[in-house]
Write a protein that binds this ligand. Structure first.
Ligand SMILES: Nc1nc2c(ncn2[C@@H]2O[C@H](COP(=O)(O)OP(=O)(O)OP(=O)(O)O)[C@@H](O)[C@H]2O)c(=O)[nH]1
Ligand SMILES: [Mg+2]
Length: 378
């Protein structure tokens, strides 16, 4: 097993597949008892699905993770019916589940209201407005599998899934055998299950929708981690296309993902070097490892437009042969280790966020009480 440093976080930051947010509807406006005026209702908070949006963007743009709709206007002599407060929209990626602390709230259609605004004060409420609904919600990206296999056609992704799991995907010596994702389950001795998605082969230019293009890349978005698969001896897609070594294949795959959506590269990644049963495989593996340790030095092997902005580093580089079974059980434990590590980090992060939210709330309550006290005395 080769441990190369942590995945490169310089530019991309962590991939975000779930997010906890505080949402509050706007308060209603005061009624006007003297003239029977009615305060405006507070605005509502909505989650709205938007193409190309990511949870990470929400996190970066709104580090406080608080979304409060506007309050309704008070009723006044000039406007007896106070204006309604504006709604607040949280633009979120398509394909998420919205969960509140009270239970599940599955997205139906494209918008879902997550916090209702309070009602304006009126005759029926002795002209007192009500507060907007306040709660924590969680946005979860709908994942198809824990791990997604990423590789060029014929690298042996389907063969690998067969060797690892109970799945029986189609395998053939021609490219594009796999046309839609197939999910295999890896079962461990302690009955833990990990799902791996066999995805169609990626080709150069996929980010421009060549080959299975975007269809493929969409699936990659829906996995927690990436399992790159390359043929240790390299590959050539067709007689007129250039031959690509294993190192070039890794960089080209990275570049395709980067051009499509660079956040994909902040997912933890493992590299499987397949077909270790072929002649000269050991020498080629040694060469690949050396190139991966210092990719900059070998970048002149690639055309300039295929050099990724940041070279991806892998949590594990695992040589295997999907055909003979060499290295498969080791790969299985590397996959487990990598996912377990992230699950532990996630538990810690959620705990920290909950504590922070509690602190924020108590600060707010304190300042609210202070404002109330000062308005009473003045
Ligand atoms: N020698 C050798 N051949 C392999 C190995 N793994 C897969 N192959 C062969 O490589 C060819 C392609 O295998 P697949 O598993 O269909 O490859 P794939 O990556 O799923 O291909 P696409 O679905 O077309 O993207 C088949 O002829 C396999 O028998 C291996 O470990 N050693
Ligand atoms: Mg396949």
């Amino acid at each position: 097993m080769v441990h190369i440093t942590r995945i490169c976080l310089r530019k991309y930051g962590n991939f975000v597949d779930n997010l906890r947010l505080y949402v509050r509807g706007g308060s209603g406006g005061m009624g006007l008892p003297r003239l029977g005026g009615q305060g405006g209702n507070g605005g509502d908070v909505w989650v709205v699905a938007k193409k190309n949006m990511t949870l990470k963007r929400i996190k970066d743009k709104f580090p406080q993770k608080r979304f409060v709709a506007d309050a309704g206007a008070n009723s006044g002599v000039r406007a007896l019916k106070g204006e309604r407060g504006a709604d607040k929209e949280i633009l979120a990626p398509v394909g998420i589940t919205v969960t509140t602390d009270e239970g599940d709230l599955n997205v139906e259609g494209d918008r879902v209201m997550v916090a209702k605004g309070g009602s304006g004060g009126s005759l029926y409420s002795a002209f007192q407005p009500s507060k907007g609904e306040a709660k924590h919600i969680r946005l979860d990206l709908k994942l198809i599998a824990d791990m997604g296999l990423v590789g060029f056609p014929n690298a042996g992704k389907s063969s690998l899934l067969t060797a690892l799991s109970n799945a029986t995907p189609q395998i053939a010596s021609y490219a594009f055998t796999t046309l839609k994702p197939e999910i295999g389950k890896l079962i461990y001795d302690d009955y833990k299950q990990i799902s791996v998605a066999d995805l169609p082969g990626l080709i150069e230019g996929a980010h421009m929708n060549k080959g299975m293009g975007h269809k493929f890349l969409k699936h990659v978005e829906r996995t927690k981690q990436l399992l790159f698969v390359v043929d240790v001896c390299g590959f050539q897609l067709a007689s007129k296309t250039p031959f690509r070594s294993a190192f070039e294949a890794v960089q080209l795959l990275t570049k395709e993902l980067e051009l499509y959506k660079e956040e994909l590269l902040s997912k933890p990644a493992l590299l499987v070097v397949n077909k270790m049963d072929l002649p000269d495989a050991e020498d080629k593996l040694a060469e690949l490892k050396e190139q991966l340790q210092n990719p900059e030095e070998f970048s002149d092997l690639l055309p300039e437009d295929m050099i990724p902005q940041n070279y991806l580093t892998f949590r594990h580089v695992v040589p295997v042969s999907a055909i003979t079974g060499f290295g498969i059980s080791h790969l299985k434990s590397c996959i487990r280790q990598s996912l377990d590590e992230d699950a532990a980090l996630e538990v810690k992060a959620t705990h920290r966020e909950k504590l922070q939210a509690l602190r924020n709330e108590s600060v707010l309550t304190d300042s609210y009480v202070k404002t109330l006290n000062s308005s009473k005395t003045s």
